[in-house]
Structure formats: structure tokens, C-alpha cells
Ligand binder design. Structure first.
Ligand SMILES: Cc1cc2nc3c(=O)[nH]c(=O)nc-3n(C[C@H](O)[C@H](O)[C@H](O)COP(=O)(O)O)c2cc1C
Length: 259
């Protein structure tokens, strides 16, 4: 009887010991996983640069949906969700937009007496990016911009383009949705590039035509295009990391207001 109770106690002790051991191991693993996830997210925020050359590989629909879900779940003022996303994989449509940008100016002369849309003169929320995404011949020294002759990705150069429109005054919200989608794309190991220059064509005198083509709500204007795709390894002229723009310093960009 005594032997049996010693055996029972020992088994109980061993089971407890192994459970403790397991929980330590599980805790260690989950903390390592959390650390790994943090490093990946931190790298995404500070190191991942704009992709300038995409491969033609198509993106599976589940990844496209995950990217759109990230946009749809972005925060917006009073949760108005004032955006619309047109998912374009049709090269002809992208070539048409690219053609209508024709050197940074809306394609074709505006009809006589036409009042250009308010936003047509330049891409919204950004300084002009030069002629339809060409690289300047003399990039400012130290900016890390790619040298002349290196092609930068334009709207027709990626397998997936999400064209973002929003209601007037909601550009900030749309920007958050755009960045959410870019971040999701990067987490899924795609490259991404944000472009506002296509709004030159999209908000031109052809805006109504583009709204119809892209299923854009009437009360929206176009704000940006998000290019997504696998970064091309075949184009050795483009290195989106070494040619990435440098960032300004903390002291230039940040003011601390302390008590
Ligand atoms: C709002 C916005 C608009 C942009 N528009 C254009 C554009 O029209 N053409 C272009 O070539 N790049 C455009 N870009 C890409 C920027 O030039 C690029 O993100 C920036 O220079 C940083 O480059 P890096 O990520 O390689 O450091 C845009 C980026 C943002 C965030």
C-alpha cells in the first residue's frame, strides 16, 4: 500500500515537473516568435524601400484579397471609410493611363472652354514627381536617387495596380488605407510602390471616362495608385535599396515639446 502511494506521488511529481518544463519551453518559444514578429514589423517600417522594378508574376487572388482587407480595415475620421479601390490587372487599361499621362500632362487638349478639375494640375499631396515617373538627369548628390538612365516603375510596370479614389477632403484617410495595403503587401513578401502622378491623367478631362472604367463612385476623385508585385531580380540596373532615397534627420523633422 505504502509502495503504491509512493509510486502515485512520484508519478504526480513527474507529471507536474514535465508540465512546468513544457510551459517554460512554450513561453520561450512564444517570446522568440514575438521577437521575430517585432523585428519583421520594425524592419518593414524602417528599411523596406520602394520597389522600382517588378516581375510579371501574377499575384494569387487570396493575396490580393488580404492586401485589400488591410486597406478596408484602415482607420478613418469618424469611421467614414471614404475610399474606393479599383483592382487593375488589365495591362491595356494601365497602358492607357500611362499614355494619357504623356509627359506629365493630361493627354489631349481639353475641350474648348472646359474648366480643368480642381486637382488636375498636379498629383495630390505630393510635390510633382517630374515627367511621368522618369528619373531626373542630374539627381541631387547625396539623395540616393537612381542615376539617369535607370528606369523607375510607372503605372504599367507592375502586375497589380490598386487605384485609390476618395471623397473630397479625405485624402489623409485614403493615404492611410494606401499605406496599410503597402504594408500588407510587404508582409506577404511583395514589393510595392505608391504613385500619385497617374492622377494627372485620371483626374483630367477624361475623369468621367476613367470613373466608369474603374467603377469609381461619382463623388470621388483619384488620389493614388499602389503598384504591387514581386521585385524583379532580372533587372540588374535597378537596385531599389541602394538607390533608395535618404531620409532627413530627427533634428530636421522632429520637435519634442517637453514639460
Ligand atoms: C504620396 C506618394 C506619392 C508618390 N508619387 C510618386 C510618383 O508619382 N512617381 C514616382 O516615381 N514615385 C512616387 N512616389 C514614390 C516616392 O518617390 C518614394 O516612395 C520615395 O522617394 C522614397 O523612396 P525609397 O522608398 O526608395 O526610399 C510616391 C510616394 C508617395 C508616398
Amino acid at each position: 500500500m505504502k509502495k503504491l502511494s509512493i509510486l502515485t506521488c512520484s508519478i504526480f511529481f513527474l507529471v507536474m515537473l514535465s508540465a512546468c518544463g513544457q510551459s517554460v519551453t512554450t513561453n520561450q518559444v512564444s517570446s522568440q516568435t514575438a521577437q521575430k514578429a517585432y523585428s519583421a514589423a520594425a524592419e518593414l517600417l524602417t528599411s523596406v524601400k520602394t520597389t522600382q522594378a517588378f516581375s510579371e508574376e501574377q499575384i494569387p487572388s487570396e493575396d490580393v484579397e488580404a492586401i485589400l482587407k488591410a486597406g478596408i480595415n484602415a482607420p478613418s475620421a469618424m469611421n467614414t471609410q471614404p475610399w474606393h479601390f479599383s483592382v487593375v490587372t488589365d495591362k491595356d487599361v494601365l497602358e492607357k493611363i500611362s499614355g494619357d499621362m504623356s509627359g506629365g500632362m493630361p493627354g489631349g487638349a481639353p475641350p474648348k472652354g472646359a474648366v480643368p478639375p480642381k486637382d488636375a494640375s498636379k498629383p495630390q499631396g505630393t510635390p510633382p514627381q517630374g515627367e511621368a515617373d522618369k528619373v531626373p538627369s542630374n539627381p541631387p548628390p547625396g539623395t540616393g536617387m537612381p542615376k539617369s538612365g535607370v528606369k523607375k516603375a510607372g503605372i504599367a510596370d507592375a502586375p497589380l495596380v490598386i487605384i485609390i479614389s476618395c471623397k473630397e477632403g479625405s485624402q489623409f484617410d485614403a493615404g492611410l488605407a494606401c499605406q496599410n495595403m503597402a504594408a500588407e503587401a510587404q508582409l506577404l513578401e511583395y514589393g510595392s510602390k505608391i504613385l500619385t502622378s497617374p492622377t494627372i491623367a485620371l483626374n483630367s478631362s477624361k475623369q468621367a471616362e476613367y470613373k466608369k472604367l474603374l467603377g469609381t463612385p461619382d463623388d470621388h476623385t483619384f488620389v493614388a495608385a499602389l503598384l504591387v508585385g514581386k521585385a524583379s531580380s532580372s533587372d540588374d540596373k535597378v537596385d531599389s535599396v541602394s538607390s533608395a532615397s535618404v531620409r532627413n534627420s530627427f533634428s530636421d523633422m522632429v520637435t519634442y515639446v517637453k514639460p
